[in-house]
Design a binder for this molecule. Structure first.
Ligand SMILES: [Zn+2]
Length: 361
């Protein structure tokens, strides 16, 4: 009997729906609380290929809600740890782990061939980038967010997908993220999981709604899609479905076709990382893929300046000659794409300077 028997029993899916799932590729952007649950549900449901993208490492404070990780995963890249776990959940599907930053440079390569993009992110900048990509290419994008006790979810079928060649009509197209929120919130204004906290059951609820929407899209059941904005306050027991927003002709993205994040006009080369007392620095140029062993080579070079080890595709250590304001050695973590996290640092300018000095352009 098929391992998917219990969902194939559903007349809405059946064996034909299951085959559609098996032939699909879903990009899961971000593998925190939302991404873990989404990936777990879609792997179990038999989506043929999951592409998991996350730039960060597993921390102890993630274990409260990020259901794919164990204590032994702390310090590993999240995408790698998630893929390891999911391969033991379902060995019959393909799982790709990408330990990279999703940005205007990397996004086209990372989204090639995916049928749906689903949001497990913790920042608006990358969401707007994905929204630009979705609208400009006509790929469905399922937005979701959860912080504190509140969560939101919305499936986006871009208006640009509503031509005769795509599986949905203009009438079925939805508003995009920028129809809803024309501009991202200013830095430091919004609550984040690190300042406001977040509840595990809330994140799982939002993620389950996102995963359900993905399954309906992949199965071609677009009439059954929840077109409203799902809004949840898990503590006040308030679950609402807000009226489906219509595409706004004045929307800079889906109305006017301005893809500012995708073009790289907006976005940063350095980012203060959510709750990590660290700054992420991207390589200054779009370097060609590095030869194998370049991290070991860098590790040898850096050993003149501090203590470094290279394991699981991550180089990490401390710099002897660079100190924080409090006098602690500056921490440096470098990934295979030469993206770095500079820890115990007080400004992104200094993080950039340290990157240029020790890793180079
Ligand atoms: Zn729009």
């Amino acid at each position: 009997m098929s391992r998917y028997h219990r969902q194939e029993l559903l007349p809405q899916l059946g064996e034909a729906g299951q085959q559609r799932l098996a032939a699909s590729c879903v990009l899961i952007a971000g593998c925190g609380a939302l991404g873990c649950t989404i990936a777990d549900l879609l792997a179990r449901a038999g989506v043929g290929r999951l592409r998991i993208i996350d730039r960060d490492l597993v921390e102890t404070t993630n274990l409260q809600r990020q259901v794919l990780f164990s204590e032994s995963d702390v310090g590993l890249p999240k995408a790698t740890a998630a893929a390891n776990r999911l391969r033991s959940v379902n060995s019959s599907i393909e799982i790709e782990a990408h330990v990279v930053d999703l940005n205007a440079t990397s996004i086209k390569r990372l989204t090639t061939g995916c049928d749906v993009i689903v949001d497990g992110l913790d920042n608006f900048e990358t969401r707007y980038l994905l929204n630009d990509l979705a609208v400009s290419t006509g790929v469905p994008f399922v937005y979701g967010g959860a912080v504190g006790t509140e969560g939101l979810s919305l499936a986006i079928l871009p208006v640009t997908g509503g031509d005769s060649a795509s599986p949905w009509s203009t009438d079925q197209s939805t508003a995009c993220l920028r129809c809803l929120f024309p501009e991202p919130p200013a830095a430091g204004v919004t609550a984040t999981c690190d300042t406001a906290g977040v509840l595990g059951p809330l994140a799982v609820t939002v993620a389950a709604h996102e995963a359900m929407q993905v399954i309906k899209i992949l199965a071609g059941c677009l009439d059954d899609l929840d077109r409203s904005v799902l809004s949840i306050d898990a503590w006040r027991n308030d679950i609402r479905r807000l009226a489906p927003p219509s595409p706004n002709p004045d929307c800079p993205c889906c109305g006017q076709g301005q893809f500012e994040w995708l073009n790289g006009e907006r976005g940063h080369q350095t980012t203060m990382l959510c709750g990590r007392d660290a700054v992420q620095v991207l390589p200054g140029t779009t370097a060609a893929p590095q030869a194998d062993g370049h991290l070991q080579e860098l590790s040898r070079r850096l050993s003149a300046h501090g203590t470094f080890t290279c394991r699981d595709g991550v180089l990490r250590g401390t710099l002897r000659e660079e100190r924080s304001d409090a006098g602690d050695p500056i921490e440096l973590t470098v990934f295979e794409d030469l993206r770095a996290m500079v820890g115990r640092i007080e400004s992104s300018e200094r993080a950039r300077a340290i990157y240029d000095r020790y890793i180079g352009a």
